[in-house]
Write a protein that binds this ligand. Structure first.
Ligand SMILES: [Zn+2]
Length: 465
């Protein structure tokens, strides 16, 4: 018995030592496997408020506008008649305003409106309006950090220029727009240190016009936009082969915004699997493990599907981390099609093909990701891997997480051929640490963690001589 106790004590001491870092940040050996982030009970409670019924009502409303083609009518008469993109826009605005009223005016409802000149799929100069709601962070410094969810409220049928026939767009992208709205309704009842933006854009089908304008504005105004979640076709189309237990998360590898110099570094050191967007995708996967949202994110390591694009690309172009959520299996009879029946095949993006419970699960995954990032400290700044000496240890340095909310830092790493973080070393509230691991054999990143365990996005170090 006594012997057993001594053994147990020795094990305890060994465990304590393995987790410690000495005064110079020297790692004491021992790998620990990376664990999923801790679920926050407040966030978990908020997720239960996400309603498949609300989502059903909202998508039905989108379909009721007949067409939401970006080039459809938006004059006062069309808005009064409830048909066309203008009526859809006004309704989204009123819905955000209603949520804001319910939270004592906590949402700032805004419109980013501009005239897209004629060209491409825009036959004449056309007003395009992105409608969004801002839930400002409660912490003055951290409120400058922004995480964003978006979907496109425009729709199309077989002919991209057709504005007279119906283009219901229930799945593409009534579903994604409903995700953005439902996240706004639910998360506006909570408070977060960082800012969350709930965006709905138009012009996607004509050429990503709305998101392009919005992302360029964010860049021009110097927004600290940490993450963009784009939901496009998340309706869980009810085809026989659909897998409604998963949602695909697409992320770019080589960043479209990378400079020649950055590409040279990526080529030399193997950074093609470590864009900021890919770290965001891994974060979403981490969230999916921590919260039981009913749908599992599966990461697709490519920008988008073959021959297809989406609004996340507009944000990638401006250098922001952005990913795309899309159902597992698309039914192309139900996208970009006139509503009709040919033989036994039903065409068109109709309401009846959408699984509202599935959309609600995707909304929960989005809400949990937004809430986790907005609760977390800012990612550590200026993360560097020291390379001036040839040595088998690896020393990382960084600057404290801006905004002062970090209680400590964690270094994560994985083998160069592994898709996701495998190991973690908790290094405490320091800005430098040395690990007995060769930088040549693994990929490192550093994340900030607060006292409750909220994790920031991890940051891969730049080499420093
Ligand atoms: Zn779409």
């Amino acid at each position: 018995m006594i012997l057993l106790r001594k053994t147990a004590l020795r094990i305890l001491i060994a465990v304590a030592l393995a987790g410690s870092v000495d005064a110079v940040g020297q790692e004491q050996g021992g790998f620990s496997a990376d664990q999923p982030m801790a679920a926050d009970s407040r966030i978990a409670a908020g997720l239960r408020e996400v309603s498949a019924e609300r989502i059903h009502v909202n998508i039905e409303k989108f379909v009721s506008f007949g067409t939401r083609s970006t080039i459809s009518a938006q004059d006062a008469a069309a808005i009064a008649n409830g048909r066309g993109v203008g009526a859809a826009r006004e309704w989204i605005k009123s819905e955000f305003e209603r949520y804001s009223k319910d939270c004592g005016g906590c949402l700032d409802v805004k419109t980013d409106s501009f005239i897209e000149p004629a060209g491409g799929r825009i036959p004449q100069p056309t007003t395009i309006a992105n409608v969004y709601a801002v839930l400002k962070g409660t912490d003055a410094e951290n409120a400058k950090r922004i995480v964003l969810v978006t979907g496109h409220y425009d729709s199309r049928n077989s002919d991209i220029s057709d504005v007279s026939h119906d283009a219901p767009g229930a799945n593409d992208d009534g579903s994604g727009t409903a995700v953005s709205l439902e996240c706004a309704r639910v998360l506006s009842k909570m408070k977060f240190p960082a800012t969350i933006i709930f965006l709905t854009v138009a012009g996607e089908e004509q050429g990503l016009n709305g998101s392009h304008h919005f992302a360029a504005m964010a860049k021009e105004q110097g927004w600290n936009l940490e993450a963009v979640l784009n939901n496009d076709i998340v309706g869980g189309d009810k085809s026989a082969e659909q897998d409604r237990s998963v949602v695909r998360v697409f992320s770019e590898g080589l960043p479209v915004a990378a400079t020649e110099k950055e590409i040279e570094r990526i080529r030399g050191l193997g950074g093609e699997n470590d864009s900021a967007s890919r770290q965001l995708a891994r974060y979403v996967e981490d969230v999916g493990r921590a919260y039981d949202v009913g749908v599992k994110p599966i990461l697709i390591f490519r920008l988008d599907r073959y021959l297809r694009g989406g609004d996340h690309y507009s944000f990638n172009e401006q250098g922001f981390a952005a990913v795309r959520f899309t159902e597992f299996r698309e039914d192309f009879h139900h996208q970009h099609q006139d509503v009709r029946t040919e033989g036994s095949v039903e065409y068109g993006d109709a309401l009846k093909f959408v699984d509202f419970d599935y959309v609600a699960r995707v909304a929960r995954l989005n809400a949990a990701s937004l809430a986790s990032m907005a609760s977390a400290p800012a990612p550590p700044a200026k993360v560097r891997l020291l390379t001036k000496d040839l040595e088998n240890d690896s020393t990382l340095t960084w600057e404290s997480s801006p905004g002062g909310r970090a209680a400590g830092y964690e270094i994560v790493w994985r083998g160069t051929s592994s898709p996701d973080w495998e190991h973690v070393r908790k290094v405490g509230n320091v800005t430098r640490a040395t690990l007995k691991l060769s930088k040549d054999n693994v990929i490192f990143a550093v994340r900030a963690v607060d006292a409750e365990g909220h994790r920031s996005l991890p940051v891969v170090p730049l080499p420093e001589r």
